[in-house]
Design a binder for this molecule. Structure first.
Ligand SMILES: NC(=O)c1ccc[n+]([C@@H]2O[C@H](COP(=O)([O-])OP(=O)(O)OC[C@H]3O[C@@H](n4cnc5c(N)ncnc54)[C@H](O)[C@@H]3O)[C@@H](O)[C@H]2O)c1
Ligand SMILES: N[C@@H](CCO)C(=O)O
Ligand code: NA
Length: 815
């Protein structure tokens, strides 16, 4: 049997509960006889604590209680069939009423004991497990809710109760016999004392519940389902290149968690360790990803260390004294004293002269530690055998961890070389006697740099390999492939960059090859060895493959891919795209995507969204980042319309010129996007947003170049048919311009956050008069470029220049 434990975020919302249900069902259907342990819905434990504390202070709690009720009721209403809802709502309501009575009691007594607090908090797990068991019951009738406080027996240390192992073993054994054919949903975190009063198990309590049940029932595995892809080589918020670890030993997991990685709280796992039951950390939101297995043996690994962890804030206390420090008995007295007062000593180093001891503690404990030392060693201080303790703050700890370190010489050399070369000063060093970890204390301001440098030293290969998943194999996609193919050797030899295209999809077929798809024959491979395309599958397959330096390229014109961008960033994958849809939809989406990419330390590059390969997005970004302020943009950003008005001369018919623009690959897949101004508008929106204005498409004043009949066309064919009939309309426009010695230009402007695009007739004196071919032109007037604006001009559409722009974005990923 297997234990499946889901944390609060996994049962945090209707959507996540659906994911939980399908994971449980899959396991059940596979005959794994799972036992499910659930935490409270995310946010509920904190809310319960707050209500309890508020009640004790006589503050109102009714609104919070209502919030809790609504959060649970919403799940019932969305996930339970109407005819089964009533009993579930009634029982939940009863639980909430009980809770309300308790809170009123606390209000009346103006006092909150630890015992009452545990009881109040227990409602979080009781509600979530009852609720989810009822939702599951619709599909698996054997589902049953179990209140674990009847089975996990503890002492009366409320808030952090200790297990009564023999009794708990008996009770759980008995439960498993009476409920052998049930699918149990067991409340995490709670137990009860010998009088049956509810207790809680302290930090990481639900994991502990899972470990206790797993150990008593001899589970084959304990799966801890959370919201990250297992344990990583380093904190991904700081180290972009961090990747998830397939395998760790218990010891390594302990060491990594001790210094930072908060995925599990190892002390809670001890029951599982004792029985050598593997613990598997998995991601509820990416269930196909295999996660991190934590087991007895460390296993083989390509790298000499498993990971790098850190504590970002520590204080260090230095003790020196010729007659004292280092003498036997001194450190014994010192550390017994600190332990007795519950001060956690994170790391200890001792100089070889043995005249000094340095140890690190949580900054909140440093003052207390100093006072304790002053009291304990008063006589020694008076006699000058010991100097006054000196505290240093603003320090961090970095540790490299791995069991194989012991067998690999030169590990500390490599560590110090990486730190030294990057100018990072090491304040103290400690190697655990087990040699499973080497820790260094450094200045806090160096931590991020140090983590990245050390990660590079231990994990990076010399050559950067980019793993590319590309969707869209039309005009741009196929041109990109032939450019990549041509440049392959040059990039590798001259720039140490290898680009491996490992996944390709168009709207019909998709194909993967982890070793890299041969770009001479991608078409045939896609056709013959590929499968029927499905974007959701393509993306989850990409995430499952979990390759380092992974880039998703969107070379489609479709909206669908943009709905996955957030999820892609969340799995630490960068995106390069020429597709403008994501950036030009709702402003809120634009913000969300940029923030998500930033938060996950990945790149979001879209130079070709504006002016194809011309450096426009980058130029604006550089201006903004260097503190310039945009005053005005004036631009022609439709390559298609530019081409059309530059070639609509003499006898040429407007219709023929448009057809030609499409043939030349300037137009969007649907040319109405170009001629209707939508494509231009998207570009202006993107620039405006990049310049800091929260504009929506409805804010844009969009002038029109087409007669009504063309605007009304329902299909591309109908559009061309109407265009053919509209010759007179365009000839009149042309004549009018020619008579005044002018040319027709479709010009966009952005000033004070207002965007407008309009058809204008301009004469020789206008800077946009002399434009040719499919050229785009943009002039940026800024605080610095005020007298003479910064102008970028050149071909702004076409497959070659666009693919080249995507290519340039690609090689800059991770740079
Ligand atoms: N032509 C240019 O000069 C230029 C310049 C800059 C940007 N762009 C942008 O390039 C993009 C592509 O243009 P194109 O001319 O190559 O288009 P295209 O019609 O030639 O190709 C589009 C490709 O996308 C694929 N596709 C569509 N939906 C898909 C899905 N859901 N999953 C997988 N594949 C899907 C299609 O099968 C096709 O292979 C557009 O977003 C366009 O705005 C074009
Ligand atoms: N269709 C677009 C391509 C460049 O984004 C244009 O004509 O400008
Ligand atoms: Na560009």
């Amino acid at each position: 049997m297997k234990i499946l434990k889901f944390g609060g975020t996994s049962v945090g919302s209707v959507e996540s509960i659906k994911a939980v249900l399908s994971i449980v069902k899959e396991s059940y259907d596979a005959g794994e006889k799972p036992l499910v342990v659930l935490s409270a819905m995310s946010g509920i434990t904190n809310l319960l604590t707050k209500m309890a504390e508020d009640a004790a202070e006589g503050k109102p709690f009714a609104e919070d209680l209502k919030l809790m009720e609504e959060k649970h009721f919403e799940v019932v209403k969305k996930l339970i069939a109407v005819k089964f809802q009533n009993p579930v709502l009634t029982r939940l309501k009863l639980l909430i009423n009980e809770l309300e009575d308790l809170l009123q009691g606390v209000t009346a007594l103006k006092e909150l004991s630890n015992q009452s607090k545990d009881l109040i908090i227990s409602y979080g797990e009781r509600c979530s497990n009852y609720l989810v068991s009822k939702v599951m019951e619709q599909e698996i009738p054997e589902s049953e809710y179990i209140n674990a406080s009847y089975y996990i027996k503890t002492d009366s240390n409320f808030g952090n109760a200790h297990l009564n192992e023999p009794l708990t073993n008996q009770l759980i054994q008995a439960l498993s016999q009476t409920h052998a054919d049930k699918l149990l949903f067991v409340t995490g975190f709670i137990g009860s004392n010998e009088k049956g009063r509810i207790t809680t198990l302290g930090r990481g309590g639900s994991d502990y519940t899972a470990a206790i049940f797993g150990s008593v029932l001899n589970a084959t595995a304990i799966e801890i389902w959370t919201d990250v892809n297992g344990m990583l080589t380093a904190d991904p918020r700081i180290v972009k290149k961090a990747f998830s670890l397939p395998l760790l030993s218990y010891t390594e997991a302990m060491e990594l968690s001790y210094f930072g990685a908060k995925v599990i709280y190892p002390p809670t796992m001890v029951p599982a360790f004792m029985k050598k039951i593997p613990i598997i950390i998995r991601n509820t939101f990416q269930p196909k990803f295999s996660g991190t297995v934590i087991q007895f043996e460390s296993g083989k690994s390509a790298y000499p260390i498993k990971g790098i962890s850190s504590i970002s804030e520590v204080s260090v206390i230095n003790l020196t004294g010729s007659g004292m420090v280092g003498k036997s008995g001194f450190s014994g007295r010192l550390f017994t004293l600190l332990a007795r007062e519950q001060i956690n000593v994170i790391l200890i180093t001792q100089s070889s002269s043995e005249h000094s001891i340095t140890f690190a503690v949580n900054p909140n404990d440093s003052q207390k530690a100093v006072e304790l030392i002053q009291n304990e060693f008063e006589l020694e201080l008076l006699a000058n055998k010991l100097s006054m303790p000196v505290v240093e703050g603003d320090l961090s700890i970095l540790a490299i961890v791995g069991e194989n370190m012991k067998r690999t010489p030169g590990m500390s050399g490599k560590l110090f070389h990486a730190l030294g070369r990057n100018g990072i000063n090491v304040r103290a060093i400690a190697q655990g006697s087990s040699e499973f970890n080497i820790s260094v204390i450094i200045n806090k301001e160096d931590l991020s740099k140090a983590l990245n440098a050390v990660h590079d030293a231990f994990f990076a290969e010399l050559k950067k390999t980019l793993h590319v998943f590309n969707i869209g194999t039309g005009n741009i996609g196929s041109t990109l492939f032939s450019q990549l193919n041509k440049q392959h050797d040059f990039l590798e030899e001259q720039n140490d960059i290898e680009i491996k295209v490992v996944g390709i999809s168009n709207s019909r077929r998709m194909y993967f090859n982890e070793d890299g798809i041969d770009l001479n024959s991608w078409k045939e491979e896609l056709e013959n060895d590929g499968e029927v395309a499905d974007l959701a599958t393509f993306i989850s397959k990409m995430q499952e493959m979990n390759l380092p330096n992974c880039v998703f390229i969107d070379n489609t014109a479709s909206k669908l891919p943009s709905t996955y961008y957030e999820n892609i960033f969340q799995s630490n994958i960068s995106i390069v795209t020429c597709n403008k849809i994501a950036n030009s939809g709702d402003y809120s989406q634009y913000r969300l995507l940029h923030e998500t990419a930033r938060k996950h330390g990945v790149d979001f590059f879209y130079e070709t969204n504006v002016g194809a390969g011309l450096p426009i997005v980058r130029v604006l970004k550089d201006l903004m980042m260097s503190g310039d302020r945009l005053l005005k943009i004036e631009a022609i950003l439709s390559g298609t319309i530019s081409y059309i008005f530059n070639n609509f001369k003499g006898d040429a018919s407007f219709y023929d010129v448009v057809k030609k623009a499409q043939e030349l690959g300037f137009t969007e897949p649907d040319p109405r996007d170009d001629l209707g101004g939508i494509d231009f508008m998207r570009k202006m929106l993107i620039l405006g947003r990049d310049a800091g204005y929260p504009i929506e498409s409805s804010d844009v004043e969009l002038g029109n170049i087409l007669p009504e009949s063309c605007l009304q066309a329902n299909s591309v064919d109908e559009f061309y048919a109407e265009l053919l009939k509209a010759d007179d309309y365009f000839n009149n426009l042309k004549r009018e311009a020619e008579e005044q010695g002018k040319v027709i230009r479709y010009i966009g402007s952005l000033e004070n956050g207002k965007v407008s695009i309009s058809l204008q007739m301009v004469d020789e004196s206008h800077p946009f008069y002399a434009l040719s071919g499919s050229d785009n032109i943009i002039s940026f007037t800024t605080e610095r470029y005020k007298e003479r604006p910064l102008v970028v001009k050149g071909p702004g559409a076409g497959a070659e220049v666009t693919a080249a722009g995507v290519f340039a974005d690609l090689v800059n990923v991770g740079a």
